[in-house]
Design a protein around this ligand. Structure first.
Ligand SMILES: [Zn+2]
Length: 135
């Protein structure tokens, strides 16, 4: 049995948790213009590697919060526990994230573009404020 260190509750037995599968899968947004085949990649294709794997877990019998784990699928050693929306900090886990084929998918690139769009809009709004004699 694994002992998982919930970032919110501390170490607990594996039976209190539910594995949510592969982590860091970018969800295509409604405005994305990806093909059906590319959407199928997002929806159905999951890795099942032998070795280090980045997974989502939920403390279902505890705080019910989601977090990510970098776990070796052979030894079950948990290398790192880190929050949702963050990247792992440990070198091996970060390399696993960067090396994933998923970083090159159309859904990932579309999600990156969508994430950058609000930043550009904020910059444009700030620029407009400046022209109006604001701050
Ligand atoms: Zn918890």
């Amino acid at each position: 049995m694994l002992i998982i260190n919930c970032p919110y509750c501390g170490p607990r037995e594996e039976s209190e948790f539910a594995c949510g599968g592969e982590a860091h899968i970018a969800r295509p947004l409604a405005e994305n213009s990806i093909s059906d085949a590319e959407f199928a990649d997002y929806l159905f294709l999951r890795d099942n590697p032998k070795g280090l794997f980045l997974e989502r877990w939920r403390h279902s019998a505890g705080c019910r919060r989601w977090f990510n784990i970098a776990r070796d699928t052979v030894s079950h050693e948990i290398i790192e526990v880190y929050p949702m929306g963050a990247l792992p900090r440990k070198k091996d886990a970060l390399a696993t994230h960067a090396a994933s084929w998923r970083r090159d998918t159309a859904a990932e690139k579309a999600a990156e573009r969508a994430a950058q769009k609000p930043a550009r809009q904020k910059a444009a709004a700030k620029k407009a404020d400046g022209k109006r004699g604001g701050k």
